[in-house]
Design a protein around this ligand. Structure first.
Ligand SMILES: C[S@@+](CC[C@H](N)C(=O)[O-])C[C@H]1O[C@@H](n2cnc3c(N)ncnc32)[C@H](O)[C@@H]1O
Length: 267
């Protein structure tokens, strides 16, 4: 099961295109304006002189933005995705490394801030990853983890899951474990001296069927279908029909609740 999760996650991030679509949806279609990067920096009191590690950096935007803002401390990223590392490697001011959260290729006591945004729910052994975050933190250092609420965007996830189950003869493991806002504080409490939590509630709102379809096609891995599955076209055709008829019947917009927690652990 753990190997299957790692394989599903690796397949999902062989290309970053679905991740970029999900990021577009959250940036352009959130009901209330919200910037998770700003919140992470504020909640962890991240200063320009801090040595920062970003685990599971994805597109690397967080580190690139810190560099662009004049960050003077070290900026290091670790990700299991070769595409992510290739994209970020060579970017000025940022050290991008291939490696896993559960076995960080980094020495003890090296960072003031360890950030893991939207990635712990992809890890087979989340507690082992949290222990690694603590190991590489300096005395007085802080680890900041962001995960989604349980049952995030239930409307679209339910619809995609139904279509995957209908079309895919042998749906694979979903590319997510079960770490979410409700259980992360206890997981972190077992590793860190003190944990603070901030919850942020919001919704995704789509006014046009094409917007919802674009997002739905980018969450199939979280619903048990790999990006290269032969049934993909059939699933997308069914989703197109369902989404069009939903908008014809209801006129829109499609509103789906979402939210996340920022958990800050003091070493
Ligand atoms: C949902 S993306 C989040 C990217 C970025 N943190 C953000 O918030 O935009 C998850 C990222 O975590 C990476 N990842 C998944 N499992 C990992 C692991 N065990 N160790 C390091 N990175 C991992 C994926 O390759 C992907 O780039």
């Amino acid at each position: 099961m753990n190997d299957e999760l790692a394989e599903a996650v690796e397949a999902e991030y062989t290309s970053l295109s679905a991740l970029r679509i999900r990021m577009w949806a959250h940036r352009e279609h959130s009901e209330f304006p919200d910037d998770v990067e700003v919140n992470v920096r504020a909640e962890s009191d991240l200063l320009a002189r801090h040595d920062v590690l970003d685990v599971g950096f994805g597109t690397g935007d967080f580190l690139k933005n810190l560099h662009a803002a004049g960050h003077s401390g070290r900026l290091v990223g670790v990700d299991t995705s070769e595409s992510a590392v290739a994209d970020l490697r060579g970017h000025p001011g940022v050290d991008a490394r291939l490696g896993s959260a559960t076995d960080l290729p980094l020495p003890d006591d090296a960072f003031d801030r360890v950030c893991a945004r939207y990635m712990l729910y992809h890890v087979s052994d989340p507690s082992a990853a949290l222990r690694e975050f603590r190991r590489v933190s300096r005395d007085g250092g802080v680890t900041v983890v962001v995960v989604n609420h349980a049952d995030v965007v239930p409307g679209v996830m339910g619809m995609v899951r139904e279509e995957v189950e209908r079309h895919v003869a042998d749906p694979g493991v979903r590319a997510v474990n079960s770490v979410h806002s409700d259980n992360l504080p206890d997981l972190m409490g077992a590793v860190f001296r003190r944990v603070r939590v901030r919850r942020v509630d919001n919704s995704l709102v789509f006014h046009e069927p094409a917007q919802l379809l674009r997002f739905a096609g980018a969450v199939t891995s979280m619903c048990g279908m790999r990006p290269d599955a032969p049934e993909r076209d059939a699933v997308i055709r069914s989703l197109t029909t369902r989404i069009s008829s939903w908008f014809e019947r209801n006129g829109g917009p499609w509103r789906d609740p979402k939210g996340y927690s920022i958990c800050v652990g003091d070493r």
